[in-house]
Design a protein around this ligand. Structure first.
Ligand code: DI6
Ligand code: FE
Length: 405
């Protein structure tokens, strides 16, 4: 159906624009799932059209959370306590806690359990204005359970008005069955899991945790090669805890994004600049692990690498289901400007998902994914947390108030 969203102020986040360039009051003509035109209200004066009064709301592209691990079972509150008593994250992982604790709980959960458990997390993101969310598997670590996690992610898309981009992260940790046989597990991922996921079209991308406690450079490359051979995009968890060179590898292989990056060096930044790979910053994990090594934001800026910002929502290192909070952390911890934070969850996050031509900007021809805010200041989106500034969202042309969440 065609309709007009009228009386709104736009922050379009168009590529190349400098500053917020707030436009308004204007109206947006929405036809089917697309933005058809933008202009002064008089331009669309046809009686039969449905009009929705935006009441002067600020309208941004629908926010995009481009890196989450929303599908999992179990609870790691105890581990949180252990860490505060001084046991490091890597030590907890070595003792069978960490990712593997969540793997055990997730394997025991049914498909419908996983969906039910993920819904409140997803609702938290929706309340913070999110219209697209990437969801990784990675707590199954065998064929059946990785497929189950991806199926849960796909089912979530039918439970809420939201777009889901599922990513296969079978290479998140070495499962207990393959202890000391990581290479064999990598072969299993390449020869069995990736082909099956591709055949069932359960994911659009493949991710690898490239780290000393996970997969090395050669193993990462092998998984990426298989993903590319099966028509899937690639992205990496790289340079989070140490500098392994995973970002440069991902860039060289044409990856969509590299994520975390606290230990990224200038050579890595240059590799990203060359390939156009997005640098996704995850301040929630930095904060929660009380890291002290900062990602090279100034170098990323200097080399013009697009920076995305995301929750990394997961039970171990970033138990946060609110994208505004993460924008605030991006500004306070990583010294992003609120404008960079907003680009990080709109146009740059879209690029990180390979959807830069579809979402993340307000312009004719883009999908009508919008978030309506009860504020006049774009910086407010990064500034206040817990105020429920989101009034409504438009998802693929469908208007939905957020008060039900
Ligand atoms: N890096 C992280 O911070 C998360 N995964 C990853 O590769 C941690 C996930 C967890 O601890 O459960
Ligand atoms: Fe992650």
């Amino acid at each position: 159906m065609d309709w007009v969203l009228t009386n709104v102020h736009l922050v379009t986040m168009e590529t190349g624009a400098i500053g917020y360039q707030v436009q308004g009051p204007v109206s947006i003509l929405i036809q089917s799932d697309q933005i058809a035109a933008i202009g002064p209200s008089g331009l669309f004066a046809e009686r039969e059209r449905l009009w929705v009064d935006g009441n002067g709301a600020l309208v941004t592209p629908g926010l995009i959370d481009c890196h989450t691990h929303l599908v999992f079972a179990g609870n790691r509150a105890q581990e949180f306590e252990m860490r505060l008593q001084g046991v490091p994250y890597t030590e907890i992982a070595k003792r069978g806690g960490g990712i593997l604790a969540t793997v055990n709980a997730t394997r025991e959960a049914s498909l419908s359990d996983l969906v039910t458990l993920a819904l409140p997390r997803l609702d938290g993101l929706i309340r913070s204005g999110v219209t697209t969310v990437e969801i990784k598997s990675g707590y199954g670590l065998n064929l059946g359970d990785e497929l189950k996690c991806l199926e849960a992610a796909n089912i979530l898309a039918s439970q809420r008005r939201i777009h889901i981009e599922p990513t296969l992260l079978a290479a998140h940790a070495v499962p207990p069955e393959y202890q000391h046989k990581a290479d064999d597990y990598v072969d299993f991922i390449c020869d069995t899991i990736i082909p099956e996921v591709a055949r069932r079209k359960l994911a659009t991308a493949v991710d690898v945790f490239c780290e000393s406690i996970a997969f090395n450079l050669a193993q990462t490359e092998k998984v990426f090669r298989s993903a590319i051979d099966h028509g899937l995009a690639i992205k990496g968890h790289t340079e989070q805890l140490s500098n392994m060179g995973g970002s440069a590898l991902t860039a060289r292989m044409g990856g969509l994004s590299v994520d975390h990056l606290e230990h990224l060096d200038v050579a890595g930044v240059q590799a990203l600049a060359k390939s156009g790979t997005v640098a996704t910053l995850l301040p929630g994990a930095f904060y929660f692990l009380r890291e002290t090594q900062f990602p090279p934001v100034e170098a990323l800026r200097q080399y013009g690498v697009p920076m995305a910002l995301s929750t990394d929502a997961n039970p171990g290192t970033s138990p946060f289901y609110d994208l505004s909070l993460i924008m605030n952390m991006g500004c306070t911890l990583f010294k992003l400007t609120p404008e960079e934070a907003l680009r990080g969850v709109t146009c740059h996050a879209a690029k990180a998902l390979g959807l830069g031509a579809v979402i993340g900007q307000i312009a004719p021809g883009m999908r009508a994914d919008l978030t309506l805010w009860d504020t006049r200041h774009p910086a407010d989106i990064s500034y206040q947390v817990g105020q429920n500034k989101v009034m409504a969202r438009v998802i693929a042309g469908q208007y939905e108030s957020v008060w039900d969440y």
